[in-house]
Write a protein that binds this ligand. Sequence first.
Ligand SMILES: CCCCC/C=C/C(=O)SCCNC(=O)CCNC(=O)[C@H](O)C(C)(C)COP(=O)(O)OP(=O)(O)OC[C@H]1O[C@@H](n2cnc3c(N)ncnc32)[C@H](O)[C@@H]1OP(=O)(O)O
Ligand SMILES: NC(=O)C1=CN([C@@H]2O[C@H](COP(=O)(O)OP(=O)(O)OC[C@H]3O[C@@H](n4cnc5c(N)ncnc54)[C@H](OP(=O)(O)O)[C@@H]3O)[C@@H](O)[C@H]2O)C=CC1
Length: 306
Amino acid sequence: MSAPKTFEPKIFRPEDDGPDRPRRGLDDESLRTQTTIYRDDLLAGQTMLITGAGSGMGKAAAYLAARLGAQVAICGRDPDKLDTTVKLVREETGSEVLAVPTNIRDPEAVEALIDKVHGHFGGIDTIVNNAGGQFPQDAIDFSRKGWLAVIDTNLNGTWWMMQEAAKRWREIGKPGNIINIVANVERGMPQAAHTCAARAGVIYLSKTLATEWSRWNIRVNCIGPGVIETEGFRMYPEEALARFHKANPMKMRGNAWDVAEAIAYLSSPAARFINGDLLIIDGGQAQWGVIWPAGMPDYFSEDGAA
Ligand SMILES: CCCCC/C=C/C(=O)SCCNC(=O)CCNC(=O)[C@H](O)C(C)(C)COP(=O)(O)OP(=O)(O)OC[C@H]1O[C@@H](n2cnc3c(N)ncnc32)[C@H](O)[C@@H]1OP(=O)(O)O
Ligand SMILES: NC(=O)C1=CN([C@@H]2O[C@H](COP(=O)(O)OP(=O)(O)OC[C@H]3O[C@@H](n4cnc5c(N)ncnc54)[C@H](OP(=O)(O)O)[C@@H]3O)[C@@H](O)[C@H]2O)C=CC1
């Protein structure tokens, strides 16, 4: 009888990324050529604030919102990434995006952000809490700092955004719309337990607030993406990325436009009666498929679970 193989989890850091790795996600040229089912002025007259919009889904959502006539404000930590979104929108639509570099983990910075967007555009109709992320690792090996970083970003950061936006809406007596980008947590997220805990927290926080805040005409919904190919994939080793399509029965990856179009829908008048819901965009991952983004332990692969 052969000895069982030992699983050695690999820690992958963005700095391990190299120029020889394929670039992930929709680049600006691909975004420019995406078509949409929506009419050109669907979001005209709306102001949207989208976090984490210097890349990936946030960038696609900002670009689509501007194309559909919304006034758009964006944030993220890296101003250079935000500039790429500003430039893309300016070149394609002629409109100016307000970019405010902000770390959503800092509640005072979030307060200043909400203040700035209100000052600039005279109000906010929809906020999209998209900023977030995690690293793949077996939960048992999480460092305290790593656990706190992921919880602080995905749960606390999203909460600061929601609370500050809602305080303003209550104060000025205007309706509000919150869309939180979470993840597919239905069957747990092996090797991403920190983000699973944070996203599950956001989903049930959102359901609770959808009721509490309905008296101020504030709606709160979530979108749960499955595997969506974006720049964020740099956090994962190449061998894991090669298996990501096995996460769902369609055996494919989604793209940022799939999520951007859902964000546009939830921002539009068509969604006026949707509140406290979770829209899953995952190709069926909730039913079938596994990821193991840091490598599947032998315990599971021996059973042919891949
Ligand atoms: C999970 C399966 C789902 C597959 C599909 C989903 C894909 C995506 O969601 S991709 C899109 C999301 N984008 C990202 O995840 C990229 C952004 N991620 C991050 O920025 C980080 O993960 C962050 C949330 C932890 C950011 O925190 P920050 O404080 O900026 O990060 P630091 O680099 O300073 O790290 C703090 C602390 O966290 C631990 N740590 C970070 N990276 C790793 C790693 N690769 N492996 C293990 N531990 C990690 C570590 O303790 C860090 O502290 P130091 O050791 O002092 O650096
Ligand atoms: N891609 C996927 O398959 C899935 C993604 N998700 C989630 O969807 C969201 C979008 O991800 P995606 O587009 O793929 O990935 P990206 O990494 O491209 O986008 C995440 C964005 O969040 C910003 N961000 C991260 N931390 C902070 C912070 N503390 N304050 C402000 N901005 C921050 C980043 O910008 P900067 O570094 O400049 O701050 C970045 O632009 C994330 O929450 C992600 O975890 C969920 C499920 C699956």
